[in-house]
Write a protein that binds this ligand. Structure first.
Ligand code: SF4
Ligand code: SF4
Length: 131
């Protein structure tokens, strides 16, 4: 009795869609409010440091904007929040406490895959003009 049942099941499953997602070849779908990589838009950031002070994981270091980038006049100290994604717990406290709504949020989650996004520097600096 058991063998015909096994054969039936094997044949049935042979033509079924796989139950798993072939990540990373296919991306895992995420909820619309998923908390992925976040970074500061430096055209809005004033370098006030509130997000760094409030971060519970001590993942933000206020860092000088490198020479060659045009910092806005509203940021006279030329400082910006550099997020270490290796320490970040993605609580989004930084996003909610920023009084200037400077944070840009994304659903990006594949950190192990993203050599260039180990910290927020490339993303944040890309919001400034060079000059
Ligand atoms: S999301 Fe939370 S842990 Fe990550 S940098 Fe912002 S405040 Fe810190
Ligand atoms: S709280 Fe907002 S304005 Fe202040 S340093 Fe952080 S990102 Fe910049």
């Amino acid at each position: 009795m058991r063998r015909p049942r096994l054969l039936e099941l094997t044949l049935k499953n042979l033509f079924r869609k796989p139950a798993t997602i072939e990540y990373p070849r296919k991306k895992t779908p995420v909820e619309s409010d998923y908390r992925g990589l976040q970074y500061a838009d430096l055209t809005k950031c004033t370098g006030c440091s509130i997000c760094a002070l409030e971060c519970p994981a001590n993942a933000i270091a206020m860092t000088p904007i490198p020479q060659g980038y045009e910092a806005p006049k509203t940021n006279p100290r030329r400082l910006y929040p550099l997020i270490n994604y290796g320490k970040c717990v993605f609580c989004y406290r930084c996003v909610t406490v920023c009084p200037f709504n400077a944070y840009i949020t994304t659903p990006k989650y594949d950190l192990a895959n993203a050599e260039k996004t180990i910290n927020s520097s490339p993303l944040s600096l890309s919001t400034l003009r060079k000059g």
